[in-house]
Write a protein that binds this ligand. Structure first.
Ligand SMILES: [Zn+2]
Length: 294
């Protein structure tokens, strides 16, 4: 039997211009309806600014039994912020989500997996703000953000939260975050099945998607922060997304990440010191350097 996978959703409003129609509410409701029909409880990470503007989304997700987590205050990459602004933002977001959901908010997810060596200063601040786990790193080379060399299984940051690294599979020379939105939309189903067969028994498997990935009617918009090519990729394959999530919901599903973290709290996890990160490979150094220049 395939290993169980936690379903996660990153709720964000990516419109480049707020004069365009707002579609995130309808698309989030669509995904929440799918989860309700399948009787699946997920981890729903919400951008604070959006939760403030559309509190009903958070209230509904909490009422449906999902875990609520924070997906930053304004969806900007961590390293574009000053540490004091980052800490103030995640504190504000956590307080807001706790008020709206009635839950203790334990999970933080960085925008675009932007917890990387250049933003490792954020790790102790995530703990200081009250989060007990993070799912914010991509443990391999990436054209956007990656942190090669990190463990592929859950680990504990020294004096910090538990980290659930994004699940990866090796296909020939490349590592792919095969359970992530873009990859779910664009890769054949066989890649996901291959990855699940290859997963180690101590990995924590989680899939992620975004409301906008289900939006087949949205016109193409370039997004400055990721560039034209990545914007185009974000727009492709949306007609497959509903079917892809439907398949995952029909397979073994694991608990929300906060419950997985609670189950691991007493375990002997690998410990990583964020101030002495594993060395970056040349590809990742080039990719991360390019991004910092943007
Ligand atoms: Zn995001």
């Amino acid at each position: 039997m395939a290993p169980a996978v936690t379903v996660t959703l990153d709720v964000e409003d990516l419109r480049p211009d707020h004069d365009l129609p707002e579609r995130v509410v309808a698309m989030t409701d669509l995904v929440l309806d799918m989860l309700a029909d399948a009787k699946v409880r997920a981890s729903i990470f919400v951008v604070g600014e959006l939760a403030e503007r559309r509190p009903r989304l958070v209230r509904r997700a909490a009422r449906d039994g999902h875990e609520i987590g924070l997906h930053s205050w304004a969806h900007v990459p961590i390293q574009t912020q000053q540490p004091e602004d980052f800490l103030a933002d995640i504190r504000r977001g956590r307080t807001l989500l706790q008020d709206l959901s009635g839950q203790e908010i334990t999970g933080y997810r960085a925008p675009m997996m932007s917890l990387v060596p250049a933003s490792s200063w954020a790790v102790p601040l995530i703990a200081e703000a009250g989060f007990t786990y993070s799912s914010s790193v991509l443990p391999g080379p990436s054209p956007l953000y990656g942190w090669p060399g990190l463990p592929r299984r859950p680990f504990r940051w020294a004096d910090g939260p538990i980290e659930f690294p994004c699940p990866m599979v090796r296909l020939g020379p490349i590592d792919l975050p095969y359970l992530g939105g873009t990859y779910l939309r664009l890769l054949p189903v066989a890649v996901r099945r291959f990855g699940l067969r290859r997963a180690a028994s101590d990995e924590a498997l989680w899939a992620y998607c975004h409301p906008w990935e289900f939006d087949t009617d949205e016109a193409f918009h370039p997004h400055d922060h990721i560039g034209t090519l990545a914007s185009r990729i974000a727009w492709l394959g949306r007609s497959r997304m509903g079917r892809q999530l439907g398949r995952i919901l029909g397979e073994p599903v694991a608990s929300p990440l906060t419950e997985v973290a609670a189950g691991l709290a007493g375990d002997d996890l690998p410990v990583v010191d964020p101030s002495r990160p594993p060395a970056l490979g040349s590809v990742a150094r080039w990719a991360n350097g390019r991004l910092r220049q943007r």
